[in-house]
Design a protein around this ligand. Structure first.
Ligand code: GLC
Ligand code: CA
Length: 581
């Protein structure tokens, strides 16, 4: 089972364990400099393929999103991050790009895109695009040229290892059916490198011509008026082109080994000089190195690189076969917060298109607790320091789909992982079981709009099955309930907009050893709040530490009442935000 779990996790590209020790509490930050807009926004991650289909082909599209702009605005979020919408053969759902300047025909046209961007800006929403430049699709013109001949001017846009030098030193691939990151190509008798699937050859950042191509395509989109980039797999872009042997490299440690290649920060500083510094935008890198110290190198303002990164250590806490320990989650969030207490900035998230549903992983998705625990997790995301990222559907408390058969899965990671287990004679039922918990497809099912066929996502056949719980769990039903997960999300998000202490206030963990309660204060000048979260399905009594006196009614509570006194009597998954004297 352990081995199987590993397959799932590695194929989900989430096993980015980080070492290091506990952070120390740092003193409160000094007088705030003018914050960037990207610190005060809330990001809503929108997975276009599954959001809203407008033409009945079963695939979400840009016009579908356009039809839902008023909904997005009603959430109160400030920024929409769209997963890739560029031309792609969809080996990895758009993360394999064949033309960086075209819209994927299934999603619409450039006119649709421009109308969508206008529609967002008219509603005060910013738009952040995915930038996928660690690799392209094998169908990109650059790769076709590169592959065609060793003399091609595009040869060095990718990494090739001539076969006469022998087999290249071992490198592992996350999605490959045999885990080998080198693919032999007989046309020019050479191997090319692919850290992800065989259809995602890695781009050669050592080549200045390639870097200029990337900067140029970034300007192309920025000049259309977009508001930033989420930079995919960015920690992997830098490589030593001589590919020295890496002794000790294996299937479990390769991600950390690739994490922080030579010249990574030279590239980022060059990109900042040439492109980013010319626009008022937001930049966030996927991957943050191996620890907070490395993460700081990306975001220290003095270094002029990026605004934020996001790390995998917190979501990694939930990747254990048994239920995770809350104390681990608290330790990780606290350690990362303290590392950025004085400078730099980070992202706060629990779900994404690469993770299972947060309520299934960190909450409790049984009907009795689903709503309360989803509200608790949203309370957490929206009361931490850092920019919160809400993955679409989490504002409704959508859950894992838990498909029964491999035929229901669409993700290249799940499908190739299945082939690998099969080839190695592993247990396929056990693999399927772990997919039900960890597969990325759990969070890629269609958005649950209403109780009509296919949850109102499409009039056709959806590209991936709708979660059968869409009749109780959907947006239309939740609009009607004042205390729904959706309306609680809106309330929490309004609270964050109203109170700067929730954005910029110093974070202080309380009662670190408590296995059920996550409690912390946020402090900004005289403003002080206490957040108390019962991460358990049983009632808990929690003693308010001396010196912290709640004043008046809770600002936010996912139950109608709170039994207060020197002890708070918390209901299962109760989450409260209390102003302090
Ligand atoms: C990132 C993306 C993931 C994708 C991978 C390869 O991890 O978030 O969805 O599969 O990069 O592009
Ligand atoms: Ca469509």
């Amino acid at each position: 089972m352990k081995q199987l779990l590993l397959y799932v996790l590695v194929t989900c590209a989430v096993l980015l364990s980080t070492g290091g020790s506990r952070g120390q509490q740092l003193p409160a930050p000094g007088p705030a400099k003018k914050p960037g807009w990207w610190q005060e926004t809330v990001v809503y991650q929108l997975y276009p393929r599954s959001f809203q289909d407008s033409n009945g082909d079963g695939i979400g599209d840009l016009r579908g999103i356009m039809a839902r702009l008023d909904y997005l605005q009603s959430l109160g979020v400030g920024t929409i991050w769209l997963n890739p919408i560029y031309a792609s053969p969809n080996d990895d759902n758009g993360y394999d790009i064949s033309d960086y300047r075209q819209i994927m025909p299934e999603f619409g046209t450039m006119q649709d895109f421009e109308a969508l961007l206008r529609g967002m800006h008219e509603r005060g929403l910013k738009l952040v695009m995915d930038l996928v430049v660690n690799h392209s699709s094998e169908e990109h013109e650059w790769f076709k040229q590169s592959r065609s001949s060793r003399q091609s001017p595009y040869r060095n846009y990718y990494y090739w290892w001539p076969a006469e030098k022998g087999t290249p030193p071992a490198r592992y691939s996350t999605f490959d059916v045999s885990r080998n990151a080198w693919q032999y190509d007989s046309l020019t008798n050479a191997y090319y490198l692919h850290y992800f699937s065989v259809k995602q050859p890695d781009l050669n950042w050592n080549n200045p011509a390639l870097r200029q191509e990337v900067y140029s395509l970034m300007r192309f989109w920025l000049d259309k008026g977009i508001d930033g980039f989420r930079m995919d797999a960015f920690q992997f872009v830098a490589k030593d082109p001589t590919f020295p042997p890496m002794p000790g490299l294996n299937e479990t440690n390769y991600i950390n080994a690739y994490n922080h290649g030579p010249r990574l920060h030279d590239y980022l500083q060059e990109m900042n000089r040439e492109v980013l510094s010319k626009y008022n935008i937001m930049t966030v890198a996927e991957g943050a190195g191996r620890n907070p110290t490395e993460a700081m190198l990306f975001v220290d303002p003095a270094r002029r690189e990026l605004n934020m990164t996001y790390h995998f250590e917190a979501v990694g806490v939930g990747n254990t076969p048994e239920r995770y320990q809350l104390t681990d989650l608290k330790r990780v969030f606290t350690r990362w917060d303290s590392a950025f207490a004085q400078k730099g900035w980070q992202s706060i998230y629990l779900g994404s298109h690469d993770q299972p549903r947060m309520v299934s992983k960190f909450g409790d998705d049984r009907p009795a607790f689903r709503a309360a625990s989803a509200k608790l997790l949203n309370t957490f995301l929206l009361t931490m320091r850092g920019t919160p990222y809400c993955y679409n559907g989490d504002e409704l408390g959508m859950t894992n789909s838990r498909f029964a058969s491999i035929a229901d899965y669409r993700d290249v990671a799940a499908l190739n992982g299945y082939q690998l287990v099969k080839a190695q004679g592993g247990s396929l039922p056990a693999y399927l079981q772990s997919l039900q918990r960890f597969s990325r497809d759990n969070s890629r099912t269609p958005f649950q709009w209403d109780a009509s066929t296919n949850a109102g996502f499409t009039t056709g056949t959806p590209w991936i099955n709708v979660n059968p719980n869409y009749t109780p769990v959907n947006r239309a039903a939740q609009e009607k309930q004042p205390d729904s997960v959706l309306n609680h999300f809106r309330q929490a998000q309004r609270l964050r907009q109203q109170h700067r202490v929730l954005v910029h206030g110093q974070y202080q963990l309380l009662d670190a050893a408590n296995p059920n309660i996550y409690a912390y204060t946020r402090t900004l000048g005289p403003a002080r709040v206490l957040v108390v979260l019962n991460f358990s399905a049983s009632p808990q009594s929690w003693g308010v530490p001396a010196g912290l006196a709640p004043s008046g009614q809770p600002w936010l509570n996912n139950y109608p009442t709170l039994a207060a006194g020197p002890f708070l009597a918390l209901q299962p998954w109760q989450a409260v935000v209390l102003p302090l004297h």
